[in-house]
Design a protein around this ligand. Structure first.
Ligand SMILES: *[C@@H]1O[C@H](CO)[C@@H](O)[C@H](O)[C@H]1NC(C)=O
Ligand SMILES: *[C@@H]1O[C@H](CO)[C@@H](O)[C@H](O)[C@H]1NC(C)=O
Ligand SMILES: *[C@@H]1O[C@H](CO)[C@@H](O)[C@H](O)[C@H]1NC(C)=O
Ligand SMILES: *[C@@H]1O[C@H](CO)[C@@H](O)[C@H](O)[C@H]1NC(C)=O
Length: 791
């Protein structure tokens, strides 16, 4: 029955409203520079710890510990490196256990924590025999390296990191342990050590996988976050449950019962699910966000990244838990483990001592109760009762969070979510939902182990991977070049300074001077008098030359449309808009004129670029009127060579003069339409852009265009032939011959390549550039309408 329950529920997963796509993407972009630290002799720099002042980054790597100077924003310098590698014998004995000497046996430093004001605590897998050590931060030297860190460090280099702050259960409960000893007591318990489970007859933890830990200073408690097998749901096999567990820092164990064991251990399920959905039950990471100054400790927030055990694709969610709700759960009702039936059953009445600190000298009967009643009855529900972020496209694995004050003095929360595929998604939480303000690529190869550390004071996010450490500035406002783009970005860290007329970091200016509207991105209101009309770009082309006008999308969510007095109902079919929004057409009397590329985002429209397409001035010396009747056979045309070279030179020189601007080309290079918006990428925009399509070529028109092309051109040019001068006709003729030959050559080449395609059969396919190009030679094939006109 168990599996069927799961499968029945399976259908419910994954229909929650998902995060919209990132507004702007930076893939290894010079516009959004990152600082990378890597060292030829240092690998697997995956454990990071930032010093309190934010100027030093401590790094646990493979066989080494590093201290990095991160006080400058544009460079990371190595201050000191301490080697910490197993000896030859230790390596040999590791290999003898059947472990891979290269992959498993090095010392992967997996725990790095402050121990006290002068020392760090480090722990590494050390040839499958975990070792730990103290590090003097002043001299960055290792003292007191020891064996026997089992339980505080994973043996395997890639297993989940144990919780921090590491706590050792070995320290004697009396006399009162020092704070470091208390810290270290924690961990062995959490690894489910046998001496713990023997005494308790039910294990405190079931195959846990640790994620993070946090301190509750006012409540003298430590919390740690993990996923484990949920034994309370015995009807489903291997059901994973995300949890938070607590222990009191001054727990000294019982006097007889629970001697040297925790009397304050308790755990509670963390629930992260949308309404009528299967829960996201596997915890990946937790970030602790301290409350605002002046707020109570109970307002501390825990941001958890969750995935689902049942996901088929990349899928994840973020839920926020309040410290207050955790305290309430641990002070509430508990379940008790029945050793006979091996079931967890709810206790009917509330026992006030469960989950409390200071049970050291209570009676044995109370401790006997404590021993088997450490699971709370109630789950801890997230703030707002559901996830704040759900993604059906990305599997997030790490999270860092900062709070920032916007120009309106309101506080906004910014999440930095690391995807499995190596992108940082900067997500801002708005009243009306979450937005991915930007995405930044930080690595390309999948990473077994990775970590993120945020320096709020420096405004830098550090990402540690096997390949090195990447410093990602939390914002780079100068990427937004206009007031409208700065406002549309909805980045609480960026605002448009009306006096300096630049998009800058908010801390750099007076908030009243800043144009920013995070909730509504109302550009008209914010950017009054800040917009400068762009000039038309002039383009001179020859008659019947193919013209391509590029237009770059200012953001991934903008939709582009072309407007022009030339794009009228009856001429619409002359224009083609490609997937990358290049507008293509032939230069004719009907198409010379101005063109505007307009972007629409969030209801705001603005012209991105304008072109003025003109005919090149006709040659001064009029050539003699050609005899249209004695049209020379193609193969024997003497002027053929000249025309071709001239034609090709013309397009290349122009292209190199303005490389990213205008592409004029021969008819054979025409790329056809695809669609304005890629429906797979942003389905949300589809409806918004419907009304925009009135003045822009749509996919339907494009299809018609290809079907009706010959007829259209025929009528068009027929009309023209009655009115144009003979000189133009002669020019036209030579150009036609040129096109004709090129088309022939082009077709011949394609036939040779064996490309056999038909565009009309697959009009909806975005990815077939080759196919689309194949359709073009038909325009200049021997049945070219232009030729008929001349005859
Ligand atoms: C910090 O801990 C180390 C290691 O136990 C110890 O040697 C050192 O004296 C401690 N320093 C302080 C200031 O407590
Ligand atoms: C528990 O110990 C404290 C001192 O540590 C003492 O004051 C208190 O009376 C003891 N309570 C019991 C029930 O023994
Ligand atoms: C260590 O780094 C190498 C690449 O340098 C990578 O293949 C390996 O998976 C990493 N191991 C761990 C445990 O991170
Ligand atoms: C281009 O054509 C003109 C005649 O129209 C000729 O004089 C000139 O040499 C040609 N240019 C090249 C590069 O072939």
């Amino acid at each position: 029955m168990a599996p069927s329950v799961v499968f029945l529920l399976l259908g419910l997963l994954g229909s929650a409203s998902s995060l919209p796509p990132p507004r702007i993407s930076f893939l290894n972009s010079a516009e959004r520079p990152l600082v990378l630290f890597s060292h030829p002799n240092v690998h697997n720099t995956t454990t990071l710890l930032l010093s309190n002042d934010g100027s030093t980054l401590y790094v646990g790597a493979r066989d080494a510990l590093l201290s990095l100077d991160v006080s400058q924003s544009d460079v990371i310098n190595l201050k000191k490196k301490v080697d910490w590698r197993p000896s030859e014998e230790e390596m040999t004995s590791c290999s003898d256990k059947g472990k891979d000497a290269e992959v498993d046996c090095p010392n992967f430093v997996r725990v790095l924590q402050p121990l006290n004001s002068t020392h760090l605590y480090a722990c590494g897998s050390y040839a499958y025999s975990p070792h730990d050590a103290y590090i003097d931060t002043e001299s960055f030297s290792m003292i007191n390296q020891r064996d026997g860190a089992k339980g505080r460090c994973p043996f395997s280099p890639s297993r989940g990191t144990p919780p921090s702050p590491s706590v050792n259960v070995n320290s004697s409960p009396r006399p009162r342990p020092t704070s470091e000893e208390q810290n270290r007591r924690f961990l062995d318990t959490s690894r489910g050590r046998s001496d713990v489970s023997q005494d308790v007859s039910v294990s405190l933890l079931e195959e846990p996988s640790f994620v993070s830990s946090a301190l509750d200073p006012s409540d003298r408690k430590l919390y740690f976050f993990f996923s484990e097998v949920g034994k309370e749901f015995s009807f489903v096999d291997q059901l994973l449950i995300s949890r938070v567990a607590q222990v009191c820092k001054d727990d000294m164990g019982g006097q007889r019962t629970l001697q040297k064991k925790w009397t304050s251990f308790a755990k509670a399920p963390l629930l992260c699910r949308s309404a009528k959905q299967l829960p996201f039950n596997v915890l990946q990471d937790v970030f602790t966000l301290q409350p605002l100054e002046g707020s109570m400790d109970s307002d501390t927030l825990f941001y958890g990244v969750f995935t689902s055990q049942w996901s088929l694709g990349p899928e994840s969610a973020v839920c926020v838990f309040r410290l207050q709700d955790m305290r309430t759960a641990f002070a509430g009702r508990y379940r008790t483990f029945d050793t006979q039936t091996h079931q967890w059953s709810p206790m009917l009445d509330k026992r006030s001592y469960l989950g409390k600190c200071g049970l050291d000298n209570v009676s044995d009967s109370v401790l006997a109760e404590v021993k088997k009643s450490f699971l709370t009855s109630n789950s801890i529900k997230p703030d707002g009762l559901g996830p704040i972020v759900v993604s059906s496209e990305y599997r997030y694995s790490r999270v860092a969070v900062m709070r920032t004050q916007a120009a309106n003095n309101k506080h906004y929360t910014v999440l930095f979510l690391l995807t499995e595929s190596g992108f940082i998604h900067k997500v801002v939480l708005f009243d009306g939902g979450s937005q991915v303000v930007e995405e930044i690529q930080v690595f390309t190869q999948p990473q077994l182990v990775k970590s993120v550390v945020l320096s709020t004071s420096k405004g830098v996010l550090y990402v540690g991977t096997s390949e090195g450490i990447t410093a990602v500035p939390v914002a780079r406002c100068s990427i937004y070049r206009s007031c409208s783009q700065c406002v549309l970005a909805r980045d609480p860290l960026c605002g448009w300074s009306r006096t300096t007329r630049a998009c800058t970091g908010l801390q750099e200016g007076d908030h009243d001077d800043m144009a920013q509207d995070l909730e509504h991105a109302n550009v008209e209101e914010q950017c009054q008098g800040q917009t400068e009309p762009g000039r038309d770009r002039e383009i001179s082309v020859h008659l019947n030359e193919a013209v391509q006008l590029p237009c770059l999308k200012p953001s991934n969510v903008a939709t582009l449309s072309w407007t022009s007095p030339r794009i009228k109902d009856h001429t619409e079919k002359l224009f083609i808009q490609s997937a990358d929004s290049v507008l293509s057409f032939f230069a004719t009397a009907d198409t010379f004129g101005t063109y505007h590329c307009e972007a629409e985002e969030g209801g705001y429209k603005e012209v991105i670029v304008s072109y003025d397409v003109r005919q090149v001035a006709p040659p001064r010396a009029m050539s003699p009127i050609p005899d249209t009747e004695s049209h020379p056979p193609i193969g024997r045309d003497e002027s053929y060579e000249d025309i071709v070279t001239n034609a090709s030179e013309r397009s290349t020189t122009r292209a190199s003069a303005e490389p990213e601007d205008i592409i004029t080309s021969k008819a054979g290079d025409f790329t056809t339409f695809v669609k304005e918006v890629d429906p797979d990428k942003d389905s949300t925009l589809k409806t918004d852009s419907e009304d925009e399509k009135a003045d822009a070529p749509t996919s339907i028109h494009d299809v018609q265009f290809r079907k009706e092309q010959p007829d259209d051109l025929q009528t068009l040019t027929k009309e023209k032939s009655y009115h144009t001068e003979l000189v133009v006709v002669s020019l036209l003729l030579t150009t036609c011959i040129c096109i004709l030959i090129f088309g022939g050559l082009h077709m011949w080449r394609h036939r040779k390549l064996g490309l056999k395609t038909n565009v009309l059969e697959s009009p909806g396919d975005d990815s077939r550039i080759n196919q689309s190009m194949e359709s073009v030679p038909s325009l200049s094939s021997p049945e070219d309408p232009e030729l008929k006109v001349v005859e």
